[in-house]
Design a protein around this ligand. Structure first.
Ligand SMILES: Cc1cc2nc3c(=O)[nH]c(=O)nc-3n(C[C@H](O)[C@H](O)[C@H](O)COP(=O)(O)OP(=O)(O)OC[C@H]3O[C@@H](n4cnc5c(N)ncnc54)[C@H](O)[C@@H]3O)c2cc1C
Length: 470
């Protein structure tokens, strides 16, 4: 019988285990899922307390990518799937000490409706003119589209100019990816926009054509939080496949397959497997592969950003008001350590008890790095202080949750896709090895789920076309 090791029980590793559990009906398989911590899910964690549903990591996924929804449906969670409350979709940017709304209808930095830009307080007259000119420069922009990868900042600058990068480009990328627009690869993190440039030159034009028919909400989530995916998959996977508190210390390949060695557990020690699905964070995976393939490990070296998330649940929303919308972004240099804040009860209204209010503060970059060393109370106090400075005095929260996610968001730098293509080539020379997780082909839940299910099927020799949707 085939023996398969999965290293890491985050959403990537757990989804692979779930898919293998489904496939075991067709052909028997023995699986061991090694997870170094005491729980499954990794960055996906939902705390449910006092009627509040607090996401410690992801709070949903982009609707456009179907793979997380398909998984949820397969797990019997179809009744739980909810769109974000897009009638309230408004995001603000902290400008001086005011929250100024991003004009309606923007996709990242690209507006669909230019009239909304004209009436916006966020941009100067010069930036507004730049948006109008982008539409007129379609042919020129199409001809100038480079063959090589470039940074997000260079790409956005070419279309809209410096101010747009500073005011919304950088804060959006920091808020969503914890990354620096000057370093992030546009092909890796904004591929649809690169394709739009190639086809239409003007991104505004491309968006106007593409989104004419789309009525979908931008985000999707689950009523009881993304942690429900973890709970359901954990319940489905045979319990004797799961080893918590079991940190993999080394992996090695020989002519019979793979040897996996765990720390702290003499009972299991060193075991043999036919295949290894490496779904630990890329820093860990890289160390584990170092002796097997030095060049592969070199290709896996990348910057990563840390995150700190603080959730505050308040029992009585009427005690303080917030502007309508999903939350706000904080540009660099605005004197605040915050990167972003979500007004959760307005984005996903079912996440609070009746009348409740839920705020989620997000710190990244250097501020998060420094906060890694602080205690929970200190972090909560910093977060409350920062929020109060922007939103006004806050009452005492009923529930506070603090999570630190060190080096949790790998930064796909310019040239990422080329490096990953070389890495894929090297991994193909190591039969039985799969690399899963957020360091390679996307950081969002849908991409991780798609890849993990595909790897599980491939390892069992089930072709993609033979796959059922769930
Ligand atoms: C604050 C935050 C908000 C986010 N929001 C969103 C969002 O709204 N939507 C979205 O789609 N994505 C979001 N993301 C991204 C997404 O959540 C992550 O990319 C994803 O959860 C990563 O999953 P993973 O399985 O690759 O890694 P992880 O969740 O990091 O799992 C890796 C696991 O490996 C274990 N491990 C480590 N070392 C070892 C070892 N030696 N042996 C065994 N096990 C080991 C770890 O304990 C961990 O459980 C967010 C990320 C962060 C940090």
């Amino acid at each position: 019988m085939k023996r398969i090791a999965i290293v890491g029980g985050g959403i990537a590793g757990l989804t692979a285990a779930y898919e293998l559990a489904r496939l075991r009906e067709r052909s028997p398989v023995q699986v061991v899922l090694f997870e170094s911590s005491a729980r499954l899910g990794g960055i996906v964690e939902t705390v449910r307390e006092g009627g509040f549903v607090i996401e410690c990591g992801p709070d949903g996924w982009v609707t456009e990518k179907p793979w997380a929804r398909e998984l949820a449906e397969g797990l019997g969670l179809e009744g739980e799937i909810v769109p974000s409350n897009d009638s309230q979709r408004k995001t603000y940017v902290l400008t001086g000490d005011r929250l100024v709304p991003i004009p309606d209808g923007m996709r990242m930095m690209v507006p669909k409706i230019l009239q909304n830009i004209d009436s916006s307080e966020l941009f100067s007259d010069q930036a507004k003119l730049g948006f109008h000119r982008e539409l007129e420069r379609a042919e020129e922009l199409k001809a100038a589209a480079p063959d090589e990868d470039e940074s997000v900042a260079t790409f956005v600058r070419r279309h809209f100019g410096e101010e747009v990068i500073e005011k919304i480009g950088s804060p959006l990328l920091s808020g969503v990816l914890g990354g620096d627009a000057e370093k992030l690869s546009v092909r890796a993190v904004m591929a649809p926009f690169v394709a739009m440039e190639r086809e239409h030159g003007s991104l505004i034009r491309a968006l106007q054509i593409r989104e004419k028919s789309s009525q979908n909400a931008i985000f999707t989530s689950l009523i009881s939080g993304t942690g429900a995916l973890v709970d359901r998959m954990e319940a489905y996977v045979p319990p004797d496949w799961i080893r918590l508190n079991s940190s993999v210390r080394s992996i090695a390949r020989d002519d019979k397959g793979w040897r996996v060695e765990t720390a702290h557990n003499p009972e299991w020690g060193l075991e043999r497997f036919d295949a290894v699905l490496l779904a630990a964070p890329i820093d860990v995976a890289r160390t584990l592969l170092q002796l097997t393939d030095e060049r592969a490990a070199e290709l896996m070296a990348m910057d990563a950003s840390s995150a700190v998330v603080v959730g505050f649940g308040f029992p009585d929303a009427s005690k303080f008001s917030i502007p309508p919308g999903f939350g706000f972004l904080v540009p660099r240099g605005s004197g605040s350590h915050l990167l972003a804040c979500t007004f959760v009860d307005q984005k996903f209204p079912h996440r609070v008890p009746p009348g409740g209010r839920l705020l989620r503060a997000f710190f990244g970059g250097e501020a998060a790095e420094r906060m890694m060393r602080c205690g929970n109370d200190e972090i909560a106090a910093i977060a409350r202080g920062e929020l109060a400075r922007i939103l006004g005095p806050l009452p005492e929260p009923q529930v506070s949750v603090v999570r630190r996610w060190p080096r949790s968001l790998p930064l796909y730098a310019v040239g990422h896709l080329e490096r990953m293509a070389e890495l894929d080539g090297r991994v193909r020379q190591l039969p039985g090895l799969w690399l899963l997780g957020n360091g390679y082909r996307g950081v969002g839940l849908p991409d991780l789920i798609r890849d993990a299910r595909a790897a599980a099927r491939a390892v069992m020799g089930v072709s993609a076309s033979a796959r059922q949707t769930n």
